[in-house]
Design a protein around this ligand. Structure first.
Ligand code: FAD
Length: 462
């Protein structure tokens, strides 16, 4: 017998239940990746993630070849191509990871019925894309948790499935090469149009595992104290590897829990962040329209200010920490979590612009850009999502002084202000006019007090 493994957000050989189940069900498997034209049509194929994805596919193919297999690559509609490959190889089953986005759920449904029409089975596997599958822990009488803290309590007590070793061999069906046309491994330029950010991380399982090992030996221990320090850059930077599934969330969560059990506070804090990831996934799985529509409170009267939105995107708002954040995003395709909070709060609460415009810009650039994590974090910050204090406003100067106390993060990303010493860098509007002009750094797009008054009026809290 033969089965097909359709790789999606699980581009790895370690701890991959989809691949493991396929190998259990049939001696020969077809490892398949479809460059899905539907994803490009949905505007989700962007240069930064395309570059990372090309690395991931090359690494996956290399790993499969070392085990006697190879990655079969096709391009087109994911359902049509998968059915064609299954038919061409006589596969009885197709294995795939359970997804959470509306797109992934529709793909699953379409696959199931198209395969069934041919007498084939779709097998969908849980705990691949998240550590705890959506729907596993539930509040009484509800289909998902809307508040993080009670979710986290349950998540922490929920047993994780066992971590699986990578397979020793992955053997292709003999008919494969003659029956199934495979495309060459895609180059980034064939996956999306446009130029990638100059300082992207390299993708792939091997790279992810090296970073994970270094993180466990190094930064993890001090993560609890240091994760909010903007200049310290003391977080794992594993998010793109989790997004593409180069690393397994189950493996990471199990490792973190074990270390936390041994008294490591850093590991406990890290496990909590992994739970946030699962939390957003279970919300989106239950409410797919939360990707576009306010999750909770409706706020339809956002301001329209194209000039301010453009200044925010370009990193020229006149608020140094916001501008530093936006420039880090453009340069690295990644942004520190604290910087994401500050930049998103500035757009939605200080400028009072629609969170969807900000979320779109993030998705255009983030190498870890993820529908669940991005859209629902944006909603959380905008006060339309699961934040239990939707009226709180982060002041960019207070945040900067707290999380970038001597201004090193700002000076790294805003060269116009590089020579301004200490925390004066956070209030460039206090510099003498002539110095400000010489530096070519913009004046603030809006005054903070005025903005706060506007926010309170808009939310009926004046
Ligand atoms: P670490 O601090 O090392 O955390 C470890 C892992 O936990 C991360 O890799 C990530 O998978 C997970 N995690 C941490 N914080 C969160 C969180 N708040 N929500 C969900 N998962 C979390 N994360 C994405 O992966 N993709 C996104 O598109 C994304 N968009 C965001 C948009 C906004 C407005 C905000 C405020 C946050 C967003 N995040 C997103 C969450 C978080 O900022 C990133 O996961 C984190 O900065 C990645 O860096 P790291 O791997 O060094 O994180």
């Amino acid at each position: 017998g033969v089965s097909v493994v359709l790789f999606t957000s699980d581009l790895r050989l370690h701890d991959n239940p989809v691949l493991a189940a396929a190998l259990r069900s049939a001696p020969r498997v077809v490892p398949l990746f479809v460059v899905d034209t539907g994803i490009a049509a949905a505007g989700f194929a962007v240069p930064n993630r395309a570059a990372f994805l090309a690395d991931c596919l090359a690494a996956l193919d290399e790993g499969l070849r070392a085990r006697g297999g190879a990655l079969v690559v096709r391009r087109g509609d994911v359902v049509a191509e998968t059915c064609r490959v299954a038919a061409g190889t006589g596969a009885g089953e197709v294995h795939v990871a359970a997804g959470v986005s509306g797109y992934a759920l529709r793909r699953e449904e379409r696959l199931r019925s198209a395969l069934a029409a041919d007498g084939r089975l779709l097998r969908v596997h849980d705990a691949v894309v998240t550590a705890v599958p959506p729907g596993t822990v539930l509040p009484a009488g509800k289909d998902h948790y809307a508040v993080f803290t009670p979710y986290f309590r349950r998540w922490s007590a929920e047993p994780l499935r066992a971590v699986l070793p990578p397979p020793r061999a992955v053997l292709l069906p003999e008919a494969l090469l003659s029956e199934v046309r495979t495309e060459p491994l895609p180059a980034a330029s064939s996956l999306a149009r446009g130029t990638a950010s100059p300082a992207l991380p390299r993708g792939g399982e091997g790279e992810g595992r090296r970073r994970l090992a270094a993180w466990r030996r190094g930064g993890l221990v001090r993560y609890a104290e240091r994760h909010d320090d903007l200049a310290g850059d003391a977080t794992s930077r594993l998010s793109p590897y989790l997004h593409f599934g180069c690393l397994s969330p189950v493996e990471l969560a199990a490792g973190a829990r074990e270390r936390a059990g041994g008294g490591c506070a850093g590991a406990e804090a890290f496990a909590r962040q992994l739970a946030w990831r699962d939390f957003h996934h279970q919300m989106l799985a239950a409410r797919p329209d939360a990707a576009h529509r306010d999750y909770r409170t409706r706020h339809d009267r956002w301001r329209e200010a194209p000039g301010e939105l453009a200044a925010w995107r370009a990193g020229r708002t006149g608020y140094p920490v916001v501008d530093a954040a936006m420039r880090q995003l453009a340069h690295e395709g990644w942004m520190h979590n604290r910087a994401r909070l500050i930049a998103a709060s500035f757009l939605t609460k200080t400028l009072y612009l629609d969170w969807r415009a900000g979320a779109r810009h993030f998705l255009d650039l983030l190498v870890d850009g993820d529908v669940a994590d991005n859209q629902l974090n944006w909603q959380w910050v905008a006060g339309t999502g699961s934040d239990t204090r939707p009226h709180r406003v982060l002041s960019p100067t207070a945040q900067a002084e707290r999380f970038d106390p001597d201004g090193a993060y700002v000076r790294r990303w805003v060269p116009e202000l590089a020579g301004v010493p200490g925390r004066a860098v956070h209030r460039p509007w206090l510099l003498p006019d002539e110095e400000r002009e010489r530096r070519g750094y913009p004046a603030p797009v809006v005054g903070l007090e005025e903005a706060l008054e506007r926010f309170k009026r808009a939310r009926g809290r004046a």
